[in-house]
Design a protein around this ligand. Structure first.
Ligand SMILES: *Cc1c(COP(=O)(O)O)cnc(C)c1O
Length: 409
């Protein structure tokens, strides 16, 4: 077969002929795009699943003449296949994959240069908070944390050198929502760009680019890969200038995912729609069950009418996801007893996998925050976070019930 040779290859496809027209692709539903975009049978062998390309370097047929790949840090077939697929799911033009969600954060923050200013929602992911406070700070970048219940609160935080507004919605672990469109409008009035960490909702339930965000980031480690066996991150955007800048840094800094991880994450992504539906169905049933329990003080789940921003959730998202938090009646001892006695829920950090996990943010994922900061955002010692998996929900309900019986007497 004649090689499909390109000069200084266009790195935006994975080297395979795509038999689907771009226009046609846009019309397909989420599940169809998840399964077909970025994935074509291998033109050399007919393999339906693309092989894992472990080669670090690629043959040039003449100097600068090759099939689209030169060196695997710059680009490789498995990474670009994954990027093509996830860009389509987030309704973006471009995607760039990284070795972790944290590497995405570091790369984006590096792109603003020294003496910049960031505005961040106050209960941002712990690792992002740490990066802003302990790493960006040493590069001369300052961060202001703002409670964004009311998007107007952000106005006073802008400075002349504000380059980025960084939000998550819902936040972790108190599941506070931020109005993406309102914050995007104010951000753009101040000539800054809006980054939305969409890890908790996944592209199945929320597409921030459509609401005015400039960059969407994900810890692929969570729902997108979905099987708790890959650490990886991705950024998705429409603006070519932002893409070029981050693509340059992706190669220059080199915090890229391996071919194997890219392949695994691409495999995981193909069932994202199925998993998210089941995560949500299970989370809803568990949220309603906990709300009725006299051993529980408060349940926080955006799908419940009792969530203070339920109407914003209905407007902004296509679903409510699989994360929920609750305050057990009592304090640390009761929470600890609950976490020691679940049989299906594993006591562990992280989220978004097929298996259910439980954790105590105040002592685990959010232990790095100051006590003052934790109290301000409501991360108390009786707040338990659940990542609801896709097991049979009756088994999960029974597990929660028996652990509550033991923990709260
Ligand atoms: C896990 C997580 C991150 C960091 O991603 P890693 O892949 O662990 O580096 C960032 N944001 C959110 C919301 C997360 O849950």
């Amino acid at each position: 077969m004649a090689p499909n040779i390109k000069e200084n290859g266009d790195n935006n496809n994975n080297g395979y002929e795509n038999h689907l027209y771009e226009e046609q692709i846009k019309e397909f539903g989420f599940g169809t795009r998840a399964i077909h975009i970025g994935q074509e049978p291998d033109p050399n062998t007919g393999a339906v699943i693309p092989p894992i390309s472990l080669s670090t370097t690629y043959k040039q047929y003449g100097i600068g003449i090759h099939k689209g790949y030169e060196y695997s840090r710059s680009d490789n077939p498995n990474r670009s296949a994954f990027e093509t697929a996830i860009a389509s799911l987030e309704k973006g033009k471009y995607a760039l994959a990284f070795s972790s969600g944290s590497a995405v954060t570091a790369t984006i923050i590096t792109s603003i240069g020294t003496n910049g200013h960031i505005i961040s929602v106050d209960d941002v992911y712990g690792g992002t908070n740490r990066y802003f406070n302990k790493v960006a700070e040493t590069q001369g970048i300052e961060t202001t944390f703002v409670d964004l219940h009311d998007p107007q609160d952000i106005k006073d935080a802008f400075k002349l050198n504000t380059k980025i507004v960084w939000i998550e919605t819902p936040t972790n672990p108190t599941l506070k929502l931020v109005d993406i469109r309102a914050v995007a409008d104010i951000t753009h009035q101040h000539n800054a760009i809006l980054v939305v960490d969409n890890t908790f909702m996944s592209p199945y339930f929320q597409n921030p680019l459509e609401l005015g965000a400039d960059i969407v980031v994900h810890s692929v480690t969570k729902y997108i890969n979905g099987h708790s066996d890959v650490i990886m991150g991705v950024a998705i955007m429409n603006d070519q200038e932002i893409y070029n800048k981050l693509k340059f840094l992706q190669n220059a800094i080199g915090a890229i995912p391996s071919s194997f991880d890219s392949w695994l994450a691409h495999r995981g992504l193909k069932t994202l729609h199925l998993r998210m539906r089941q995560h949500q169905e299970n989370a809803f049933k568990i949220a309603r069950f906990l709300e009725k329990s006299d051993k529980v003080e408060q349940v926080i789940y955006p799908g419940l009418e009792s969530h203070p921003q339920h109407s914003l959730a209905k407007k902004q998202t296509k679903g409510f996801g699989g994360m929920l938090s609750f305050r057990i009646r009592g304090g640390f001892n009761e929470a600890n007893a609950f976490l020691q006695n679940t049989k299906l829920f594993t006591l562990a950090e992280s989220l978004g996998g097929v298996e259910s996990l439980a954790e105590l943010p105040s002592k685990m994922t959010h232990a790095g925050l100051s006590e003052e900061h934790r109290n301000a955002v409501g991360v108390t010692d009786n707040l338990i976070r659940l990542s609801i998996g896709v097991e049979d929900v009756d088994d999960l309900l029974e597990d929660i019930q028996q652990a509550l019986e033991i923990a709260v007497r």
